[in-house]
Design a protein around this ligand. Structure first.
Ligand SMILES: NC(=O)c1ccc[n+]([C@@H]2O[C@H](COP(=O)([O-])OP(=O)(O)OC[C@H]3O[C@@H](n4cnc5c(N)ncnc54)[C@H](O)[C@@H]3O)[C@@H](O)[C@H]2O)c1
Length: 363
């Protein structure tokens, strides 16, 4: 199998989809690995390391896309990459198609076998390729929020951990899954007053067991969300319905009720965002202010820590890439239910029901 590793081009992206160590393993298993020149540099991996691993370092993105049977990427192809996609090519990456219908159309038109990291399932139904990046985004969301709360950055000037005699800042986290639980961990570690909300009470049970009352857990009904948001200096949106557009859980009215200079970090922006007033931002221009509240909605937050994120991501994708090489892509999909769940587009059709519904292809 010929695997292509293009350099990522999304704004501020620093991750690469394969480390030299993983490239060496793939080559050992009989694959050819084509790496675009400079693809690993922002994650601290040089062309020399890829070459030493046995990969072929290619001069351009075109030379990688054109010659690969399977493209392994980090982020979804951007518009300038649409023309590079080959007919019938396999693409293994984050796709988040519910948020980019125009990409879905391109994948269908080109009969691309689109396998989305975010819908690949482990045996227990969890999302092993989303988990590490969500954990990183969750942890980052609090340090980002704390940064923008600072007066010089336009924030309200609240120190999340507070100081004796003044009291702490308040953090409301909506969604207690991978990203929410890790946001909770950092916010709690900083000494903030943390409230975390979810519809799934099993998630709240887990948080309650760990923090033993030091974190407030609430069922995510509209009244509880409204109260938690109104009281928060920092709100983190961390909900997910796999494959679907994110539900809007924070309304414009709730945002209007927040104190000026407070901060919203919508991690769920890659699925469309869960805050009514949110729209995507970028590492270059990460925030905007609406109703006096700072909005942060970068869809590739883990790129802020490219080295850690690359290692975490590739350790998670490794078992699947190895299976594709050992079994061939089609058999790997047939034999492994979790990989089949990852297939979003195939032979010109959207085959993941939730994604198809989110895009309006089925009722
Ligand atoms: N912006 C980024 O850079 C970045 C990075 C990684 C992940 N993400 C995104 O973050 C989002 C969350 O991912 P995750 O791995 O934490 O998901 P997860 O499945 O682990 O957790 C999501 C939680 O949301 C809860 N939930 C669903 N609907 C809800 C609702 N209406 N109200 C309250 N809770 C609700 C679920 O019960 C679940 O506990 C996803 O969209 C993911 O793609 C973004």
């Amino acid at each position: 199998m010929i695997i292509g590793i293009p350099r990522e081009i999304k704004n501020g992206e620093t991750r690469v989809s394969m480390t030299p160590a993983l490239a060496a393993r793939c080559i050992h298993l009989g694959a050819t690995v084509l790496v675009q020149k400079g693809a690993g540099l922002t994650a601290g991996f040089t062309d020399t390391e890829y070459a030493a691993a046995g990969a072929q370092v290619m001069p351009t993105a075109r030379s990688v896309w054109k010659n690969a049977e399977m493209i392994v990427k980090v982020k979804e192809p951007l518009e300038s990459e649409y023309a590079l996609l080959q007919n019938g090519q396999a693409l293994f990456t984050y796709l988040h198609l519910a948020a980019v219908p125009e990409l879905a159309k391109v994948l269908l038109r080109k009969n691309v076998l689109g396998i989305a990291y975010e819908t690949v399932e482990a045996q227990d139904g969890t999302l092993p390729l989303l988990k590490p990046m969500s954990q990183i985004a969750g942890r980052l969301s609090i340090q980002i929020g704390a940064y923008f709360l600072q007066s010089q950055n336009g924030g309200s000037g609240v120190l999340l951990g507070g100081v004796p005699g003044v009291g702490q800042g308040s953090v409301a986290i909506i969604g207690a899954g991978n990203s929410g639980a890790h946001a909770c961990r950092i916010a709690s570690g900083m000494g903030a007053h943390v409230t975390i909300l979810d519809l799934d009470t099993r998630k709240l049970d887990m948080i309650d067991d760990v923090y033993r009352g030091a974190v407030t857990t609430l069922v995510a009904n509209p009244a509880n969300i409204e109260a938690a948001v109104a009281n928060a200096d920092l709100v983190v949106g961390a909900v997910l319905i796999p494959g679907a557009k994110a539900p809007v859980v924070v309304s414009r009215k709730m945002v209007q009720n927040m104190r000026p200079g407070s901060v919203l970090v919508d991690i769920a922006i890659d699925q469309g965002g869960c805050i009514e007033t949110i729209h995507p931002t970028s590492h270059e221009s990460p925030i905007y202010r609406q109703h006096g509240v700072i909005h942060y909605a970068v869809p590739n937050m883990p790129a802020m820590v490219g080295r850690t994120s690359t290692i975490a991501l590739t350790q998670a994708t490794e078992q699947f890439v190895v299976r594709f090489i050992e079994k061939g892509i089609k058999l790997a999909i047939e034999e492994t239910r979790g990989i089949a769940k990852g297939v979003n587009t195939r032979d010109g059709k959207i085959v993941n029901m939730t994604v198809a519904k989110a895009l309006g292809y089925v009722q």
